[in-house]
Design a protein around this ligand. Structure first.
Ligand SMILES: Cc1cc2nc3c(=O)[nH]c(=O)nc-3n(C[C@H](O)[C@H](O)[C@H](O)COP(=O)(O)OP(=O)(O)OC[C@H]3O[C@@H](n4cnc5c(N)ncnc54)[C@H](O)[C@@H]3O)c2cc1C
Ligand code: FES
Length: 587
């Protein structure tokens, strides 16, 4: 019915600038369709759109008629949904992934449904459009170009072959985004070679999660977000734990042993998970909320966290100076998706400085289970005085039949003995990786400064490990993901929002160390976080893609709109929720 193209342009949105190719114009006459684009067409954000697998977007006139009625709109012109081909026929509940069609001089293959993204809502002036497309099961789909050629409106669409597996666009969209899919559906989807690698990855995640279901059966949209992969938290909100021991571990690190006040066993955490605590400052200031990875053996009924005293660090200095055995510490249940996965493949545990804590818990778990897995323990410290758990980790490694360890001291002290205390007098950095001969089928767990993890991840992938097998834990705010927004990479430290303070319940961003009152002028927690420059991740902004899913440590929220599929137990979607009382977020 129409061929629509458009080059990306800058569009103002929410006080920001979005670079987007969603604005398409209908063109007349033949247009050359090439492997990556139709001539004159482009995408603004190649992370989410475009490329070989998403060269051409298709939307149907039948859906135009549906939306005109549903939204009460009489202004919907071809290209309005960001599509390149507006077609008569080819409904989402008939077209299958892998089907091939000839149009004019080109041949196409169906690769995946449309990506749920806020920009279709921006284009339409309907912010909830991304969620509506999924919930009404009218997403439209992408084509890969098998044979390049000219295409023109008015040409007949001829089916040349049917995809194996017979899975319609509507069905596979529902498998990923809606509740209630079956394992057989996921396996069937994975047998379709034409399915784009991105969707294959999501399907594999769904299958992996089903296989190692630690989520208590309520993992939300497990194919969409790592946040859905953890089990539900062991208790709601914060509860007091008793400090039963304080132990120095190095010049700057000390451990706190914690137990239930009544001596009952605390719920087991997974090796690698963290605890969030409230630290009472002096005077009437609100509590400081900080997270600490559990460093002890999981499943003992007690917890251990290990804190590095940072120069000028508010919570770490307060804990060291004022906490005593017998005191109580308010803690939220262990959480986090950085945990040791099962299996019998090799494990690489790599840490720098106090980043040792979560991987030490993993080492404890492996030693407790007398694991026969190949275990690599790689740790970087400044010197012996700044090397916490040196003896403890040696004992654990000795208990493992198949473990090896390389300890790097960047500036060994005179008393440090090479061969005993440390292996190499150098930093543990990316350039050490290629020479190690690490097994390429290993799962690697990394914790340390962000620059260390970024460079080591690249080196591990360069050495042959699959990127999906490299797992990292950031001791602070995570990276932001703001598709298409220009200038969003500039890092501004989180701050109180501009304008008059809100009068609503308090919202604590735990990783950013910031507490602000809720302001009813904000549409969602996501908007409040953005107003504070707290790093956030999102894509659809309307409760369907789960990119914004994260842990809610305490408090409760209301949704508007309701998520298409609820998040995992203990998590929330911040793009469509507001607090109903004081909340603490893992953000
Ligand atoms: C999932 C997770 C797990 C974590 N696990 C651990 C762990 O196992 N062990 C651990 O020690 N930490 C861990 N952290 C980090 C921890 O939560 C705190 O961020 C850390 O203890 C610092 O808190 P603070 O209040 O002492 O420092 P803050 O007051 O929050 O200061 C943050 C940084 O700014 C610097 N700073 C503050 N004031 C000044 C100033 N006036 N001038 C110059 N610099 C300044 C401090 O030195 C510090 O480096 C983890 C964090 C997360 C999110
Ligand atoms: S951004 Fe998509 S669900 Fe929140």
């Amino acid at each position: 019915m129409a061929v629509n193209v458009g080059m990306p342009k800058d569009v103002p949105w929410h006080g920001k600038t979005v670079h987007t190719g969603v604005y398409k114009q209908t063109v007349t006459g033949p247009r050359m369709v090439r492997r990556l684009n139709i001539d004159g067409d482009g995408q603004g954000d190649l992370g989410g759109h475009g490329g070989e697998q998403r060269a051409v977007l298709v939307y149907q006139t039948d859906s135009y008629r549906f939306w005109a009625k549903e939204l009460g709109r009489d202004d919907l012109a071809p290209g309005q949904f960001g599509e390149n081909f507006t077609v008569d026929g080819l409904p989402d509940d008939e077209v299958c992934v892998g089907d091939r069609y000839r149009i004019g001089g080109a041949v196409f293959e169906v690769t995946q449904p449309r990506v749920t993204c806020y920009r279709v809502g921006l284009r339409m002036g309907e912010p909830q459009m991304a969620a509506l497309l999924v919930s009404h099961r009218r997403p439209g789909f992408y084509l890969r170009v098998i044979e390049e050629g000219e295409v023109e409106a008015g040409q007949e669409i001829v089916k040349v072959s049917t995809g194996p597996g017979q899975m319609t666009v509507e069905e596979i969209d529902g498998v990923l985004y809606l509740p209630g899919h079956t394992r057989q559906q996921v396996e069937r989807a994975l047998r379709i070679p034409a399915l784009s690698p991105g969707w294959q990855g999501s399907m594999r995640t769904l299958l992996d999660r089903a296989d190692s279901d630690v989520s208590g059966g309520s993992s939300g949209s497990a194919g969409l977000t790592a946040a859905a992969g953890a089990p539900p938290p062991g208790w709601p909100g914060f509860r007091p734990l008793a400090v039963t021991g304080i132990q120095p571990e190095s010049r700057s690190v000390f451990s706190l042993s914690l137990a239930a006040a009544d001596g009952s066993p605390l719920p087991a955490a997974l090796p690698g998970q963290f605890l969030t605590v409230k630290v009472r400052p002096e005077g009437d200031e609100p509590p400081l909320i900080r997270s600490y990875s559990l460093s002890g053996e999981p499943g003992t009924g007690t917890y251990r966290i290990s804190v590095k005293v940072e120069p000028h660090g508010a919570a770490s200095n307060r804990l060291r100076a004022h906490l005593r055995v017998g005191d109580s510490l308010e803690a939220a249940a262990p959480r986090g998706t950085f945990f040791l996965a099962g299996g019998d493949n090799p494990v690489v545990l790599m840490s720098a400085g106090v980043g040792v804590t979560p991987v030490l818990a993993m080492l404890h778990a492996l030693a407790r289970d007398r694991s026969t897995r190949q275990v690599w323990w790689l740790h970087g410290a400044r010197d012996g005085g700044e090397h916490p758990f040196a003896q403890e980790s040696r004992v654990l490694l000795d208990a493992l039949p198949n473990a090896r360890s390389v300890i790097y001291y960047s500036r060994p002290a005179a008393a440090d003995r090479q061969g005993t205390d440390y292996t190499e007098a150098s930093r543990l950095s990316a350039d050490r990786i290629p020479g190690l001969g690490l097994p390429t089928d290993a799962d690697a767990y990394l914790c340390g400064p962000v620059a260390f993890m970024d460079s080591v991840t690249a080196a591990l992938v360069g050495s042959g490990l699959a990127a999906s097998r490299v797992h990292t834990e950031v001791f602070g705010a995570g990276p932001s993901l703001t598709p298409g927004v220009k200038g969003s990479a500039t890092a501004t430290a989180p701050h109180q929002p501009a304008g008059p303070a809100g009068a609503g319940p308090s919202v604590s961003f735990a990783r950013s160390g910031l507490t602000v009152p809720w302001n009813d002028t904000q549409e969602s927690l996501l908007e409040l976080a953005e107003a504070c420059d707290v790093p956030v991740q999102w894509s659809c902004r309307t409760g369907v893609c789960h990119t914004c899913e994260l842990a809610l440590m305490s408090g409760a929220v209301d949704y508007s709109p309701e998520p298409v599929e609820p998040p995992a137990d203990g998590n929330i979607l911040i793009c469509c929720s507001k607090p109903t009382d004081g909340i603490v977020l893992d953000l």
